[in-house]
Write a protein that binds this ligand. Structure first.
Ligand SMILES: Nc1ncnc2c1ncn2[C@@H]1O[C@H](COP(=O)(O)OP(=O)(O)O)[C@@H](O)[C@H]1O
Ligand SMILES: [Mg+2]
Length: 314
């Protein structure tokens, strides 16, 4: 099946002009990205990487200095497409004196959403984010997790095709995070495209189809979570017994990274090296039970990628 593009941007550059002599900030540096419809896409990067800037450009909240793109097949300058977009901003603030229902009505009016069944829609959304009980309670009583769940409901009020969630689980406890993840998976199953900005990698890893890593405004990696977390050069070899570690350090091309019980993890450069190691182990009478390419967590990948980039600059 040919997937259509939900987001397509090319060569975006954003420079925030300094008001005083503190210097301009290059927030996005020749950044290109495309996102398929119907996916959960995670844009990852440390604080200050440019994630929020990217979303703000897509939504027309700020302008790119150079470059442009399309969202749901329309140029980002075409504001009519925004009626099909939902947005949960980072660090949002809602009037503390309103309750959940009042706030949802307010947002529905802001985006001229009223299909005659607004009350029903509000009840559905509050049930979805497990906030039904809090419908008539003022926002000032809400915890951080409840604020985020309410924000999620607000971002969906206009029945968008794509939602942008900027750090949706920041400051939320583990159970609240799991609830938010479940909601996002449910939304995806209903055909929505979900774009998540996050510096919380372990969560994004659990739900994203694809991710991109942004660092100092530049795209440093992108791909499916599976592609990115399979460390090509690491293999875990399980054998019978517990042979001498020296057998796994065969010259300069293969080195033992770790050894636990009958499992030996080796780092090597190529499949040829792997087969040479297998030959050598077999010649030494060792019985191999399994060989598996080792996965690294997204967090390990992220830290290694960013460290490499920073090292290159030194
Ligand atoms: N309105 C602004 N004016 C000047 N600099 C900004 C503004 N917004 C963001 N920046 C700077 O741009 C860079 C990227 O910020 P941001 O997009 O918020 O990153 P992230 O969301 O990844 O944390 C940072 O260096 C930040 O300080
Ligand atoms: Mg941000």
């Amino acid at each position: 099946m040919q997937l259509s593009k939900a987001i397509e941007v090319s060569n975006l550059t954003k420079i925030y002009k300094a008001r005083k002599k503190t210097g301009d900030v290059l927030a996005l540096d020749d950044f290109s990205l495309s996102v398929d419809t119907g996916q959960i896409f995670g844009l990852l990067g440390p604080n200050g990487a440019g994630k929020t800037t990217f979303v703000k450009i897509l939504l027309g909240i700020t302008n790119a200095t150079v470059g442009g793109g399309a969202i749901l097949g329309q140029p980002i300058s075409n504001y009519t497409v925004r009626s099909r977009i939902g947005y949960l901003p980072e660090n949002h603030k809602y009037p503390p004196y309103l309750n959940a229902e009042e706030l949802l009505i307010y947002f529905a009016k802001l985006c001229s959403y009223d299909n005659g069944k607004l009350n029903q829609r509000i009840d559905e959304l509050l049930a979805m984010v497990k906030m039904a009980r809090w419908k008539k309670v003022k926002i000032k009583k809400y915890s951080k997790g409840m604020m985020q769940r309410l924000g999620l409901a607000l971002s969906l009020i206009n029945e968008p095709d794509i939602v942008f969630l900027d750090e949706p689980t920041d400051g939320v406890d583990p159970i609240g995070r799991k609830e938010i993840r479940d909601i996002l998976i449910d939304l995806k199953n209903r055909g929505k495209t979900i774009f998540v900005n996050s510096h919380l990698l372990s969560e994004v890893e659990l739900i994203s189809d694809r991710v991109a890593i942004l660092h100092h405004g530049k795209l440093v990696r992108d791909g499916s979570v599976d592609e990115l977390t399979t460390a090509k050069e690491l293999y875990e070899i399980e054998v019978l017994g517990e042979p001498d570690e020296a057998l796994f350090n065969t010259g300069s091309t293969v080195s033992l990274v770790s050894h636990k019980d009958t499992k030996y993890t080796v780092k090597l450069d190529s499949v040829e090296n792997l087969n040479e190691l297998v030959d050598s182990l077999r010649n030494n009478g060792i019985l191999i039970k399994s060989i598996n390419p080792k996965k690294q967590s997204l967090e390990e990948l992220f830290i290694n990628t960013i460290k490499d980039k920073d090292d290159q600059k030194l």
